[in-house]
Design a protein around this ligand. Structure first.
Ligand code: AMP
Ligand code: ZN
Ligand code: FE
Ligand code: FE
Length: 283
């Protein structure tokens, strides 16, 4: 039997992707995936529609990509198969989303104060779910202030610590891992070495996260080069963490294709073995 194609990190319009959750699972089937993870930023709002539209033969791993930090460095933790009704976790996700609105409005204010014609209403209209910088970036493109999303993410605009950037609330990474686990979920450190977007944490922080119950590292990711992947594989082996590989697909908001990086069968089996929150679902 050929290996199943497993992609465990994607975004829909529930956060900053451009495919609806239903459109995303249909696109995943067209991309010949066998298993897809839906991991919108700080929300589970896309889960129900994705599950309802799930094509025959495709399995859905419900998850979320949670905004965290540790030692002043922003990072993302993927939570898989947690109970979405868990009070503590759902409350924390709600706080993160509220903060996303406050900070997006703040970026608009900073732009307006410099005479750049970007309105909060326009930014808000870009977002059907959790608002993010890509929605502000799209508003900058629409206003003719930048040529494309990449330019919007430069230091001159809303790149991390850039001129019109504003920070958002982030959970402590160790706390987030503990809360994901308490909700029956499994925690994986998303793109741990993605330094193109800002600072990354060192091995000591990954060790702290592992001690808190981190289960895996997302090794194969478009933002990691070959040496970063080799280094992360060594860290994973040393700390007893499994490896994942995923596309981090965002529809047209990013150029990566579904299935551009894949996860091994054993890693998915380990996620399913550890999870006590909710199951992987099939149509
Ligand atoms: P936020 O979570 O609101 O701070 O927005 C960060 C998100 O913006 C990341 O998760 C990426 O999906 C996206 N992003 C980061 N850099 C870029 C870029 N250069 N072009 C398009 N999207 C980007
Ligand atoms: Zn994103
Ligand atoms: Fe991320
Ligand atoms: Fe992502």
């Amino acid at each position: 039997m050929p290996a199943r194609r497993i992609d465990l990190h994607t975004h829909s319009t529930a956060s900053d992707g451009t495919d609806s959750p239903a459109g995303l699972v249909r696109a995943a089937a067209r991309a010949e995936l066998d298993v897809v993870g839906l991991t919108d930023h700080d929300t589970t709002a896309g889960w129900a529609a994705a599950e309802q539209a799930l094509p025959e033969g495709l399995r859905l791993v419900r998850g979320a990509e949670i905004s965290c930090s540790r030692q002043g460095v922003s990072l993302h933790v993927l939570g898989y198969l947690f109970d979405p009704t868990d009070r503590e976790l759902s409350g924390m996700l709600a706080d993160l989303r509220d903060s996303r609105v406050v900070r997006a409005r703040r970026m608009v204010e900073l732009l307006e104060a410099d005479g750049h014609l970007v309105s909060w209403e326009h930014v808000r209209d870009q977002a059907q779910g959790a608002v993010g910088r890509p929605h502000v970036a799209q508003a900058l493109v629409d206003a003719g202030l930048v040529d494309d999303l990449d330019e919007a993410f430069s230091p001159d605009w809303i790149g991390t610590h850039g001129r019109y950037w504003a920070g958002k609330h982030e959970l402590d990474a160790v706390t987030a891992i503990e809360v994901i686990r308490a909700a029956g979920g499994v925690a994986v450190f998303a793109h741990p070495a993605a330094n193109r977007r800002g600072r990354t944490v060192g091995e000591a922080v990954i060790e702290e996260m592992a001690a808190a119950g981190l289960a895996g590292l997302e090794v194969d990711h478009v933002d990691h080069d070959a040496s970063e992947r080799a280094n992360l594989r060594a860290v994973a082996r040393r700390l007893g963490l499994f490896e994942t590989g995923s596309s981090d697909y965002h529809g047209t908001a990013k150029s990566v294709r579904l299935g551009s990086c894949l996860t091994a069968e054993e890693s998915l089996a380990e996620i399913e073995r550890r999870a006590t929150g909710i199951p992987v679902v099939a149509a």
